[in-house]
Design a binder for this molecule. Structure first.
Ligand code: GZL
Length: 311
C-alpha cells in the first residue's frame, strides 16, 4: 500500500501529465495470471495518474508482438511485457528502442535480447530446485525409495517452464529418480486434466509422484486422478506438487488433495510502478530484480496462512 501511494504520488508529481502505459499480458490461463493482471490494473489506474492500454494476448505470441507494435504506434510512455515465450523478441524490442520507449519486462524472461530497461520476477530454476529438495525430504521421511515421476509442464518455451523443468530434473538426476514422461499442460486446468488422463492410461501403477508446473494444472490432474478411482495427497497413493501458491492451492492442500505448492509471486504492479516512478525522476533502476518466494505444504497451519494470502 505504501508503494502504491508513493507510486501514485510520483505519477501526480511527474509534470502533471498522465503516464501512458502499454501492457502486453500473457493471457488469462490461470488464477496466477488473474492475480498478475489485477495487480497491474489496480496500480496503473486513472486516479493514480496512468492511462493503461491493456492487451490480453491469449497465450498467442503473434498477438503479443502485434500488441507491442500497437503501443509503439500509440506512442505510449512505457511498455510492460510479460513474454509468453522467451525468444523471438530482439526485432520488436529494437523497434521500441528506436521509438525511444522504455520496456519493462515482468515475470517470465526474454532470453534473446537485453533491449529492456528492467526485469522483475522469479528465479524459476530455484523454484524447480526447491520442489526437488522438498520431494527428497518428503520421500525420505516417508521411507519411499522408489520415486517414479510424471511431469505436467507449463507452456513450452516459457521461461517458467524451462526453469522449473531444469531445476527439478537436476534434483531428480542427483537422486536417481525416474522421470517417466514430461508433457505440456499449457498452464491450464483443462491441460492438466487431459495430460493426467493420458498418463493414467499409459503409466497406470508405474508412478507415485506428479509434478505440475502450476496450480491450475494440478487441479485438473487431481480431478483426473479421482475420476480414475485413485488417491493423492498426504494420505493418498500419489504425491502431487505444483507451483504458484494461489489461494485455491491452499484449499486443495486443506482438502487433502495437493501435497505442496511452490510460491511464484504475481504481484508485480507496485514493483513496476516504483521502477516507473524512478525513471520519471531520472533515477537509475536495477536491470534485474528477483522477488523472494517460499513454499507451503500440508505440515503447516494452512488455514491460518490462507487468511493473509494476497492472491
Ligand atoms: C510464472 C508464470 C506462470 C504461472 C502460471 O511466473 O508466468 O504463468 O506459474 C501462469 O500460473 O500461467
Amino acid at each position: 500500500a505504501a508503494d502504491a501511494s508513493d507510486a501514485a504520488d510520483a505519477a501526480d508529481a511527474a509534470d502533471g501529465d498522465v503516464i501512458k502505459i502499454g501492457f502486453a499480458q500473457v493471457g488469462h490461463e490461470s488464477d496466477w495470471r488473474t492475480a498478475s493482471t489485477n495487480s497491474a490494473q489496480s496500480i496503473f489506474s486513472a486516479e493514480n495518474g496512468y492511462d493503461l492500454q491493456f492487451v490480453d494476448c491469449d497465450q498467442d505470441s503473434a498477438v503479443q508482438l502485434e500488441a507491442v507494435r500497437g503501443f509503439i504506434e500509440q506512442d505510449v510512455d512505457y511498455i510492460i511485457i510479460d513474454p509468453i515465450v522467451s525468444t523471438g523478441w530482439d526485432t520488436v524490442l529494437t523497434e521500441c528502442e528506436e521509438a525511444g520507449i522504455p520496456v519493462i519486462v515482468i515475470d517470465r524472461t526474454i532470453d534473446d535480447s537485453d533491449k529492456y530497461i528492467s526485469w522483475v520476477g522469479s528465479n524459476f530454476k530455484n523454484e524447480g530446485l526447491a520442489a526437488g529438495e522438498w520431494l527428497k525430504a518428503y520421500t525420505d521421511a516417508k521411507g519411499i525409495s522408489d520415486v517414479n515421476v510424471l511431469v505436467i509442464e507449463g507452456t513450452t518455451g516459457a521461461s517458467a517452464q524451462i526453469g522449473r523443468t531444469d531445476g527439478f530434473k537436476e534434483i531428480a538426476d542427483a537422486n536417481g529418480w525416474n522421470i517417466l514422461d514430461s508433457q505440456t499442460g499449457d498452464f491450464t486446468q483443462a491441460g492438466g486434466q487431459e495430460v493426467m488422463e493420458s498418463y493414467i492410461k499409459s503409466y497406470e501403477g508405474q508412478f507415485n509422484v506428479v509434478v505440475c508446473q502450476n496450480d491450475n494444472e494440478a487441479f485438473g490432474a487431481i480431478d483426473a486422478i479421482h475420476a480414475a478411482g485413485k488417491t493423492c495427497g498426504p494420505d493418498g497413493d500419489i504425491i502431487v506438487v505444483s507451483f504458484d501458491s494461489v489461494k485455491a492451492a491452499f484449499e486443495s492442500m486443506i482438502a487433502g488433495d495437493l501435497n505442496a505448492t511452490f510460491e511464484c509471486n504475481p504481484l508485480h504492479g507496485p514493483r513496476v510502478a516504483e521502477i516507473i516512478q524512478k525513471l520519471e525522476k531520472g533515477e537509475e533502476v536495477e536491470k534485474i530484480q528477483y522477488v523472494d518466494e517460499a513454499y507451503f505444504d500440508t505440515s503447516m497451519d494452512l488455514e491460518e496462512i490462507l487468511k493473509t494470502r494476497a492472491y
